[in-house]
Design a protein around this ligand. Structure first.
Ligand code: IVH
Length: 714
């Protein structure tokens, strides 16, 4: 399809011609996608295809309001994007063990040498540890097939469309020695300069700023609208690889050089060493030059250069034995402690927070820091022994702040010489500043020791606890209500729109009223309110464990909630058991403690929670609104139990997510890529390379109907 506008530069397009162009590009790209994925021979070169996609994004950037519903930038393959699909990594994405001192590094090198029973230390490479987020890029026949975030290391998010907008990431590999399957791994990052420019722009638009370049890069990559990602200047360094149909070089240095030839940016500070003194010298040189680098780094990574030795060293559960990250020491700075405020947590814990004269610590402006608890301020450690030589911390003190990576900054020390003469020890409140209830330090019955945390006894009457409970309720691992963040919860609570979790689900009932109120709120339009109602609606059906976790019961974390959900199976069984527990029935208590992973502390916390009638009232009201879904049990008698399944092509009777959930429910493992470990490939129309690979490897294949027959749901 040609168009009279196809050759006009983007800057010269008018509204009208841009709309025509976007329509043409959407159709063209879809047609080429179909040709490509359908296994037919493509009509245009990869480079020409990439040029079409780039032009589409460029026009969309210039005319954001013209972005089409069916825009290629909103599609991954053929599936419409409403949230990211999951991708199971062909090889897990590991993390790195840490070294914090020169001695740790020497120990690492020695242990590697011992493990391999070598006479001398094997060569190591050393390169900066980029402070970004890792990304795995899968190339099939030299062409970018998918891009996935690390996720939990096993399953990540499919961010292919967004990755295509990053200019450091080639869509097509260049050069020679390109294996059929190549997974390139590396770090997505944003330069310090780009971060500052973006924040300045966001602030000028009255939008919230990002905290640091790393969070910004992560937020930018995980945009559902890839036109937004395209506007963010993201960069990429390649430094490792995952699955490779063959490994064309024999050392880390050579492989990274090859990544460079394929078209990736690699870090120029990477060097190879055989001696400890030289290696550490390089580390210290990188550390000293840190501020001048265009991007943030948080250490130096050492890797055994010889790939044969890497293979012999292998992995621990979570990290390779052949690499280590030598972290930079935490950054410290002195500043004035202006005030100490008390924050109240969801379970009533009173945490002292230092309000500081703003100070830059390692490139980040710090204004708050945690002071942990009452004893910490007094100069007493968790074990009851003096810390800082027993020195206390006072308002008006000049204090040392430490910031390490993403951890909340903390106050380490005070300079007594600068202490004002009229300063007095801080008086920790014994009543809750939010509700006035007594705040007490419990004594552990088993150890007889006093808890270092002081807690508000106000429970359900304490507004601060109520707000924190609501924040927890809507948080990502609980009900995960999009558009209802901490700020909204605080504001809605303050206005009396929500008091308990159930109220969230009644917001819509008051449609008229709340819509108007929401609309009047700064930054809220009718669409945001509608979107919020929809986000709430979809959570009425909720996994049982999320429901239990969302209640915010002390000591009931996500894992415990999962254990409980699996053990009781459904909400009726759970409710009945909790009622009996609260009534003091021995049997219920025994049944509870018999559950794998549940001990006396959790049992006591559950009993306390359900023995409180006001908690039960909130619980019952919530159950009027939501429907917790039975926990899914792995059916071991299914013919697919224990099998590894790959779904590919477009599915017509179910979505990808459904297919995956169904397979997992039946005890199967779902993978994103075909390998010799795959037991079955379920292919819908449009299946391409994966189907072909299955045929090559002799892996069994079936279609969607065949799948339903197999699992007995035809
Ligand atoms: S190698 C199997 N090299 O650090 C090891 N990682 O703490 C693969 N990172 O998840 C990682 N710069 O996101 C490696 N030059 C570098 C790195 C690097 C940053 C990140 C990476 C990894 C994390 C582990």
């Amino acid at each position: 399809m040609t168009s009279e506008y196809a050759d006009i530069p983007v800057e010269e397009l008018t509204e009208e011609s841009a709309a025509v162009e976007l329509e043409r590009l959407a159709r063209e790209i879809l047609r080429h996608d179909k040709l490509y994925h359908g296994g037919d021979s493509p009509e245009i070169s990869d480079a020409a295809y990439d040029a079409l996609r780039r032009r589409n994004l460029a026009v969309e950037q210039a005319f954001p309001h013209l972005v089409r519903e069916d825009s290629p930038s909103r599609r991954v393959g053929f599936v419409a994007l409403d949230k990211f699909e999951k991708i199971t990594h062909a090889m897990p994405m590991l993390s790195l063990a840490n070294a914090f001192s020169d001695e740790d590094v020497a120990d690492f090198w020695d242990s590697v040498t011992r493990f391999l029973k070598l006479d001398g230390r094997p060569a190591l490479t050393a390169e900066p540890k980029i402070d970004g987020l890792s990304l795995s890029l899968r190339y099939e026949n030299g062409r970018l097939a998918s891009a996935a975030t690390r996720g939990d290391g096993v399953v990540g998010e499919n961010v292919t469309t967004n990755a295509r907008t990053i200019s450091d990431i080639p869509n097509v590999l260049a050069g020679n020695d390109i294996p059929q399957v190549v997974e390139v791994r590396g770090e997505v990052y944003m330069t310090k300069q780009a971060f500052q420019a973006l924040n300045a722009k966001l602030e000028a638009e009255g939008k919230p700023a990002y905290v640091n370049p790393r969070n910004t890069a992560a937020g930018s990559l995980r945009q559902l609208d890839s036109a937004v990602t395209a506007q963010r200047p993201l960069r990429f360094f390649a430094y490792a690889w995952g699955e490779m149909s063959s490994v064309p070089r024999s050392t880390q240095m050579e492989m990274v050089a090859l990544l460079g030839q394929w078209g990736f940016k690699t870090n120029p500070l990477m060097k190879r060493f055989t001696g400890l003194a030289e290696l550490l010298e390089h580390y210290h040189a990188i550390e000293e030059g840190r501020a001048e680098l265009a991007y943030d780094i948080d250490g130096v990574v050492y890797k055994v250069d010889d790939l044969g030795l890497q293979a012999r060293l292998g992995m621990r559960s979570n990290s390779p034995r052949w690499a280590i990250a030598h972290k930079f020491p935490a950054e410290k700075a002195w500043t004035l402690l202006k005030d100490i405020e008390i924050q109240i947590g969801r379970t009533g814990a009173l945490t002292p927070v230092a309000r500081l004269e703003p100070v830059t610590v390692g490139g980040v402006v710090v204004t708050n820091a945690t002071m942990h608890n009452e004893d910490y301020i007094k100069g007493i450690g968790n074990d009851g022994q003096p810390i800082r030589g027993g020195k206390d911390l006072r308002i008006g003190d000049t204090v040392m702040v430490q910031r390490a990576g993403d951890v909340i900054p903390q106050i380490l020390d005070a300079d007594l010489e600068k202490r004002p003469e009229d300063s007095r020890p801080f008086e920790f409140p014994t009543v809750c500043p939010a509700c006035g209830s007594h705040a007490v330090r419990e004594v552990n019955v088993q150890t007889g020791k006093q808890d270092s945390v002081r807690r508000c006894t106000g429970g359900l009457i304490c507004p601060a606890q109520a707000v924190e409970r609501l924040k927890h309720f809507v948080s990502r691992n609980a009900f995960d209500i999009e558009g209802l963040g901490d700020k909204q919860v605080e504001a809605f609570y303050a206005e009396g729109m929500i008091r308990t979790a159930a109220d969230i689900f009644r917001l819509r009932e008051e449609d008229e009223k709340s819509l108007k109120r929401l609309k009047d709120r700064e930054g809220w339009g009718e669409t945001s309110a509608k979107n919020l109602f929809e986000a709430i609606e979809v959570r009425r059906d909720i996994a049982l464990y999320r429901f239990i976790f969302g209640l915010g019961i002390r000591h009931v974390g996500e894992q415990t909630a999962k254990d409980l959900a699996r053990a009781y199976g459904d909400i009726d069984a759970f409710s009945a058991a909790m009622k009996k527990l609260a009534a003091g029935e021995e049997e219920a208590q025994e049944e509870l403690i018999a559950i794998d992973g549940i001990g006396g502390t959790v049992a006591f916390a559950l009993k306390e929670f359900f023995a409180e009638p006001r908690n039960v009232a909130v619980y019952d009201a919530l159950l009027e609104e939501v429907r917790p879904q039975p926990a899914e049990q792995a059916a071991s008698d299914s013919p697919v139990a224990g099998k590894t399944i790959v779904f590919t092509g477009s599915l017509e009777r179910m979505t990808r997510d459904e297919a995956k959930a169904m397979a997992e429910r039946l005890g199967a493992k779902v993978s994103g890529s075909v390998s010799s470990k795959t037991d079955l490939v379920v292919a819908g129309p449009g299946a391409g390379s994966k189907l072909k690979k299955a045929a090559d490897l002799g892996v069994e294949t079936t279609d969607e109907d065949g799948w339903f027959e197999l699992v007995g749901q035809a």
